[in-house]
Design a protein around this ligand. Structure first.
Ligand code: AMP
Ligand code: MG
Length: 334
């Protein structure tokens, strides 16, 4: 009798383990990147499908190029007020406030300038200093008024949520997975990684940072329940006739592509949106100003890959990070 009871218990536990750890994955293209979601649990397949649908829905609202998106409508409204989805209003509110906090290093209204450099079309050029100066006036965040779900842009001003959209999409996906009862999932939304819970076996996820030069993984992180978001110039850039290289992330204060000692900036934070806006900002600010920002905050950690072949990371990551490459120097920011 006892043996049968144990056998039944074994069967039951086996069934539980199998049903809890059912793995489902989905891969799709959205927001100009390839996204992968892997989740675990009985409802994982359905949950992934719901996330994919939601991310595609958000892309249709937030894209700068899809012609019925809120952002496209606003950018072509010639100063007329537009009614937008609540998600757009929320994201504009969030990013405009964030722009204020960063003294415009981050700016969701930088589109007229990024456009003139050709980053929006791929027809790259180097605008003159006078042209940049003129266009910068259009990027003043006071040109964007958000009143509930109605947004107005001054004539000539244009928005681009490219530095925040994927992070927001990640947070939305994690929220939906939780609602579906998923306790363990890993989302790779093209450089934005979000971990829900830990691995089904209770151990942390291992997230590798991509190397800008090859397919190697110079640094790996062991984390649960957080977002790991990287910004780097190597993702998109062009080389001008004089041999100078210009990257797709611009300093919002000057309208000029970032040229500092950073190769990439990775942020580890609870929210994908926060990590996304921060990764772009830290890349713009450079190591010294980013270190100041980190010292005055308590809600993110960062990893910086530097042009001189060195690595710097904040002390909160000390027990999570594995360094897998030969760096010329490793600094722990305290
Ligand atoms: P990310 O990969 O998240 O750093 O976002 C980079 C994208 O954000 C660029 O391709 C531009 O569309 C946009 N962008 C570039 N510079 C800035 C900036 N200073 N503030 C906000 N968005 C920016
Ligand atoms: Mg970003």
């Amino acid at each position: 009798m006892k043996r049968i009871r144990f056998a039944l218990l074994g069967l039951f536990l086996g069934f539980l383990a199998a049903s809890c750890s059912k793995e489902s994955s989905v891969a799709f293209s959205a927001m100009n990147t390839v996204m992968h979601i892997t989740s675990y649990g009985k409802k994982s397949e359905k949950a992934n499908a719901v996330c994919k649908k939601r991310i595609e829905e958000l892309e249709k609202i937030l894209s700068t190029t899809m012609d019925d998106s809120d952002i496209f409508k606003l950018n072509n409204a010639k100063g007329k007020p537009c009614s937008v989805h609540p998600e757009t209003a929320f994201l504009l509110d969030f990013t405009l406030n964030f722009a204020k906090k960063t003294g415009n290093a981050f700016n969701p209204a930088l589109y007229p300038v990024t456009r003139s450099w050709g980053f929006t079309t791929g027809s790259y050029r180097v605008p003159s200093a006078e042209e940049i100066e003129k266009l910068l006036a259009l990027t003043d965040i006071r040109n964007v008024l958000v009143d509930g779900d109605t947004v107005s842009l001054s004539c000539g001003s244009m928005l681009d949520l490219g530095a925040a959209g994927k992070g927001f999409a990640g947070d939305e996906a994690v929220k939906l997975l939780k609602e579906k009862g998923i306790k363990s999932a890993i989302l790779d939304l093209g450089g934005n990684v979000q971990a829900l819970g830990c691995k089904p076996n209770g151990k942390p996820w291992t997230i590798g940072l991509r190397s800008p030069e090859d397919d190697g993984v110079p640094v790996a992180l062991k984390v649960c329940d957080c977002a790991v978001v990287t910004s780097g110039g190597y993702e998109r850039f062009f080389t001008a006739e004089d041999g100078r290289t210009f990257v797709h992330i611009l300093d919002g204060r000057t309208g000029i592509p970032v040229e500092n000692e950073l190769v990439s900036a990775t942020i580890v934070a609870e929210s994908g949106l926060y990590a996304d806006v921060l990764s772009t900002t830290v890349f713009v600010l450079g190591k010294e100003a980013a270190t100041e920002l980190w010292r005055g905050s308590h809600d993110f950690e960062m990893i910086l890959l530097l042009e001189d072949g060195s690595l710097a990371y904040t002390e909160g990551l000390s027990d999570k990070i594995s360094v897998l490459s030969d760096f010329s120097k490793i600094e722990i920011i305290r």
